[in-house]
Design a binder for this molecule. Sequence first.
Ligand SMILES: [Zn+2]
Length: 116
Amino acid sequence: MKEDDEDVKKLSKDIINLAKGLEETIKQAKALGIFTNERELLFCDECKLVEDVAFNGILFTYVNENEEIPQHRTVEDDDTGLRFVEIEYLKKYKCPKCGHIIEYTETDDDLFFTND
Ligand SMILES: [Zn+2]
């Protein structure tokens, strides 16, 4: 049984290291402008700034004036260059265009286990 305990300990350690590595990878992806799917895409009611994700995973924004469902948007042609600003302690985002505060929903698929 002692051997089993050691195996479990080693496995736990491996899983924790794997999760740490994944967390680091997600941080790097975010820094590159890649959408990591941890929340829903944002939309500003006030100025109609909308987030979208390009085929290569890059997050970009455009203004959806007429509120119709967009046909085809690309980073090259439509990106405003603006990015919603996270206000971490409020768990909200601020619109970079008009300053409106936006609530967001975290997505369900939890990648990490927490210690609490
Ligand atoms: Zn706005």
